[in-house]
Write a protein that binds this ligand. Structure first.
Ligand SMILES: *Cc1c(COP(=O)(O)O)cnc(C)c1O
Length: 408
């Protein structure tokens, strides 16, 4: 038997079956008309945002990085609850605008923005987080051609990184942002060109469960923003402090203490350097807001024995939920929390492998996990499917149907 990650505490059973948004998984599957199915619980997302609001100083805005989960009904539900959406392609930009987010509350980051993407962003009036000097010149030129004043922020590649981060995105040689020492000169050029300079975007990592590391990084980020602003001789209208808030995926992971982070940020904000006195701060979070709200439901289509092990073969797989198979940014396969949905809360009775329907050994969703007995037709629930699930999986691989998605 191998351990699995913690099932998010929000989920309960009723008569031995998993409830999502107060409804049984059987009802949800009937409504969707089939498995595999992603279900996102809006009440969990709402509670997450409310908890974060209560923890943060009132002056720090909350942005949602929609690449974590761009499902349109989810974005519509989140739009009134957050202060902005962050996008990373023109496709995401359209999705954000279709969810009725105001253009001035949208920012667009990401290396390799094509000219048509820059043009669309400039015309829409969203803030572009510039990833290089070359991109800055292209944006200025396109804005001049379009006859509009572009909203440009500078994404800084900081000279530090978020300790213990699952995915490092700052520090050293990076495809993201502009090395800190070259930023003041660029800001001066943007101001001289008459651009609407929006400030700094400083994102230094993802998936950290270490509150102290995040607190330290936020303090360093505020200090860096102030230093760059002094050198540029200009007060930044906004500073995006990044995010990096992680969620517990695996056995032994502990949830992040966001109240501690909020209290430290309150102090850091109160003590901010004078040049940041009128600056608006924001955080941009993806998985922490939505990851635990999603469940992937897949049906057992075969139960078989091989080499002394039991395999539960399901109708879903890594083509929908790549991350659970350990093939999305993890080195070692570790088990996501997983359950038999129609026997939720029952004691484990056997050790099984839960395998997807793809013809590749990579498609293992549960490796030697202890579960109650399950048969063909039973539903398997894989948790933590609210972020980097449906939209981050190779759905065309092997030609199966895409997963259904539902917000409850
Ligand atoms: C991916 C990304 C995020 C979201 O990361 P999470 O780990 O989901 O919170 C936020 N900002 C930027 C710039 C990103 O690239």
């Amino acid at each position: 038997m191998k351990p699995m990650g913690p099932i998010p505490p929000d989920f309960r059973a009723q008569d031995g079956t998993l409830l999502i948004g107060g409804r049984t998984t059987a009802e949800l599957v009937a409504e969707a008309d089939d498995t595999p199915l992603f279900v996102y619980d809006s009440a969990i997302v709402e509670a997450r945002i409310a908890r974060l609001r209560a923890a943060l100083p009132a002056s720090v805005a909350i942005h949602y990085a929609i690449k974590a989960n761009p499902f349109p009904p989810l974005l519509k539900a989140m739009r009134p609850l957050v202060d902005g959406f962050d996008v990373a392609s023109v496709g995401e930009l359209r999705t954000a605008l279709n969810a009725d987010m105001a253009p001035d509350a949208i920012s667009f980051a990401g290396p390799g923005k094509r000219e048509d993407e820059l043009d669309a962003a400039i015309r829409a009036g969203v803030t572009i987080n510039l990833e290089s000097e070359g991109e800055a010149w292209r944006a200025l030129w396109l804005a001049e051609k379009a006859g509009v004043r572009p909203h440009l922020a500078v994404r800084v590649n900081p000279d530090f990184e978020l300790r213990g981060s699952g995915m490092r995105m700052g520090g050293g040689a990076k495809p993201f942002g502009i090395d800190a020492e070259r930023v003041p000169a660029l800001v001066k050029e943007l101001l001289a060109a008459g651009a609407g300079w929006r400030g700094f975007h400083i994102f230094s990592g993802s998936q950290s469960l270490d509150a102290e590391a995040i607190i330290e990084t936020q303090a360093e980020t505020i200090a860096l923003a102030a230093r760059l602003a002094e050198e540029a001789g200009a007060e930044p209208p906004t500073v995006n402090l990044g995010g990096g808030f992680g969620i517990p995926y695996f056995a032994g992971d502990q949830p992040l203490d966001v109240e501690r982070i909020g209290a430290a940020l309150e102090r850091a904000y109160a003590d901010r350097p004078a040049i940041l006195r009128d600056t608006d701060f924001c955080l941009e979070l993806g998985r922490w807001l939505v990851g635990e709200a999603g469940v992937y439901l897949t049906r057992i289509v075969d139960r078989k024995e091989s080499g002394g092990q039991t395999f539960l073969i399901v109708d879903g797989g890594l083509h929908h939920q790549l991350a659970a198979s350990g093939n999305f940014g993890t080195v070692v396969k570790r088990n996501y929390p997983i359950a038999v949905a129609n026997r939720f809360g029952a004691e484990p009775e056997e050790t099984v492998n839960v395998h997807g329907c793809l013809c590749t050994p990579l498609d293992r969703l549960g490796d030697q996990v202890a579960l109650p007995h399950a048969e063909v037709g039973d539903l398997i629930a894989i948790f933590l499917a609210g972020a980097y699930g449906a939209s981050a999986s190779p759905s065309a691989f092997l030609g199966h149907e895409p997963a259904k998605e539902m917000l409850v």
